[in-house]
Ligand binder design. Structure first.
Ligand code: NAP
Length: 285
């Protein structure tokens, strides 16, 4: 089977490495010639080009560009594809993408691997990035079941945990566990750097250890990706940010009132909530 990948960056490059390791022939298209050369050198693809024509023989095409480019790429890709080709994408938001592409190409299955790093570009591509990670597929009523099966089979071959849901549910859920954390993590770094005493700021930096590193990691990622999350999932992100602001306001109030008992109870409740939220035995059905 021939697999096409458009956008040879962190996600597209990592998919190429793993799909090739599974024995598929991988054809890559990217914007820059240099990226295409690098993809061949690194063994990410069997062949690469800046011309979408290369994907004429692809059975399945993964569109792995920034979200804003996905629809344009699909429009440019369609004249080169056979009728049966399945298109899927990896964009971090789904409703807008699925709504834009389904009328253009019925054999389209929205997808989103829940894996990444703070890095971007072809040199950030890693083997096994998706292993044991959730991979969301968001078919709608009109999505052909065979197209869903085809994409599901491919992404399962990367040992991902596949979940199927609507684009709307995807966007609302991902706002809580991915898009809100990016904004909160950014705000944490932003707030710390507002310390006005340079000596205290340096001391804080010297003391910052694994806990601070963990809580600020996602805020230090690709800024373009963070902006796209907000732009294409505005409604759900604002809803999650509003709930977060309420929770922060409650904490501020308890500290101002020196209500240590209520604060302890709130933190205790949060500790239990965290364990329950992250309980891997809880299955999505
Ligand atoms: P990335 O590392 O910046 O890779 C995107 C690549 O797309 C760039 O390297 C660029 O390649 C190429 N590109 C940009 N515009 C293009 C165009 N018009 N035509 C062809 N290629 C183009 O970004 P990424 O993190 O892999 O993200 C890609 C997609 O994955 C996004 O839709 C994002 O929402 C989704 N996603 C990201 C993560 C994450 O954590 N990073 C996780 C899950 C899903 P050149 O070098 O050739 O310019």
């Amino acid at each position: 089977m021939n697999i096409g990948i458009v956008g040879l960056g962190l996600i597209g490059g990592s998919l190429g490495l793993d799909l090739r390791a599974c024995g598929y022939r991988v054809l890559g298209v990217s914007r820059q010639q240099l990226t295409c050369q690098r993809a061949i050198e690194r063994g990410i693809v069997d062949d690469a080009s800046i011309d979408l024509k290369l994907l004429a023989t692809a059975d399945v095409v993964f569109v792995c560009t920034p979200i804003a480019a996905i629809t344009i790429i699909v429009q440019q890709l369609i004249p080169h594809l056979g009728d049966q080709t399945v298109i899927t994408d990896v964009g971090s938001t789904k409703k807008a993408v699925v709504e834009a592409i389904t009328p253009l190409w019925s054999n389209f299955v929205g997808g989103h691997p829940m894996a990444g790093t703070e890095e971007s570009g072809i040199d950030a591509a890693l083997s096994n990035l998706f292993a044991n990670k959730p991979y969301l597929l968001t078919p709608i009523e009109t999505t052909p079941p065979d197209a869903v099966k085809m994409v599901e089979k491919l992404v399962r071959s990367l040992t991902t945990k596949v979940y199927i849901c609507s684009p709307e549910d995807h966007d609302r859920a991902v706002a809580w566990i991915s898009h809100l954390p990016v904004m909160v993590s950014h705000s944490l770094i932003d707030a710390c750097t507002r310390e006005t005493n340079p000596m205290v700021l340096q001391l804080a930096q010297a003391m910052a250890s694994s806990g601070f590193r963990d809580t600020t990691r996602v805020g230090g990622g690709n800024p373009e990706l963070g902006m796209m999350m907000a732009r294409y999932n505005k409604h759900s992100l604002l809803r999650s940010l509003g709930a977060y602001r309420q929770s922060l306001d409650q904490i501020i109030e308890l500290v101002e009132q020196e209500d240590w008992q209520a604060l302890t109870a709130k933190l205790q409740h949060g500790k239990c909530q965290r364990a329950e939220f992250l309980d891997s035995k809880k299955k999505y059905v």
